[in-house]
Design a protein around this ligand. Sequence first.
Ligand code: ATP
Ligand code: MG
Length: 439
Amino acid sequence: MLTQQDLAIESLGDCAVDSPLGATGRSSFVDDADGVLVESRVRADAPPAPPVAYQLAGPRRKIFFEPAKTTAALVTCGGLSPGLNNVIRSVVLELAHAYGVRRILGIRNGYRGIDSDAAEPPIELTPRAVADIHHDGGTILASSRGPQDPETAVDFLVSQGVDILFPIGGDGTQRGALVLQREIARRGLPIAVVGIPKTIDNDIPHVAPSFGYATALEAASDCIRGAHVEATGAPNGVALVKLMGRDAGFIAAGAAIVSQDANFVLVPEVPFPLEGEGGFLEALERRVRERGHAVVLVAEGAGQHLFDSEIAETDESGNKRRWDIGVFLKDRIASHFAARSLELTLKYIDPSYLIRSCPANAWDKFLCDRMARAAAHAAMAGKTGMMIGARTGEVYHVPIALVGRGPAVRLDVNGDVWNAALASTGQPRWGQLGRASGG
Ligand code: ATP
Ligand code: MG
């Protein structure tokens, strides 16, 4: 359980500068005592407990940085997600137009660009430079994985006169942001670090849903529609669709609910049996015998228990690699049907990169803009060591240190989202892994 102390937001110092937003007649200033309750679910019969609240995001009447003398820098790290360009654009426009910040740098190629020896120097991000980027997927800054030495990075920020750094990325990026902020604090420098969490998988704590998730569901359900056409368009058609989700099955479960066309959804949280009575292959065979077709969704991190060992290998950022469950299942489905001399028309569809690189949909654009402008407000007020959190309709401040704390965000296999996914497929309820948390 979090305490109010856990949610305290660090600050660079007193805010002595009048926000220029006051002159625009803007009346929606918030202050640090405004909050958003952490627990939205309650039991009416529980004894009353003191509220634990996140600090509400939004413009402050008094700010820390003098806008005309402030340099901000943005960096995008980790995998792509719909909405990155929207976030970049809204941070730049809020800083430049609302606050009058004149120098905004776009660091190239992720954390490796925060280095005086980087292959590409930062680019200047002006309102004009970002004017049209919100229609495109990807990130105009490019991204990367892999470590950066914090001393080198902070030396670089100092050499460039950076006052505010906005790291935009996933859990790894936010952990990296915390390392940088600690190095900045160790040197006693007045540089703010305000992260903007990105996770298409929806698996960063204190952010639900994250930007990119709604777009991913929309793009995945378009693929599933095609998969369903393929499955019904051939005798004993089976379409197997691999979706993102290394550790959490939110995209697969959500896409099953949105599309209503999946007959099986396999996620990392549920270690389904493959062979034998009650196993996946038998259930699939039964479905195909009865209905003549089936659509199967599999999250990339599902079914790792079916492999003899874990992969020791990691990616450049140190993330564990996964066995390829999609190709494995494709082969096992084919051999299962062949062993029974049962006709099968199997289509394997892996749309991962097409989904990741889509432009954001309307909801994600809305969310990106709100999170990005909130980050600009927080940074100008001298908040640091924090990232923006968001829950439907609310945007707030979260200490970055909380990203690595507490249980990982996973599908609650007893919760209503997974129940709805199961209801949409009709598949059996298989065993479940570990403890449950999240939606
Ligand atoms: P996603 O996993 O959604 O693609 P991510 O932000 O988690 O996004 P990573 O590749 O894991 O992606 O990390 C992004 C950047 O953060 C990389 O440059 C990586 O080296 C750095 N990073 C990750 N974890 C840490 C850490 N604990 N300390 C310092 N830097 C880190
Ligand atoms: Mg990650």
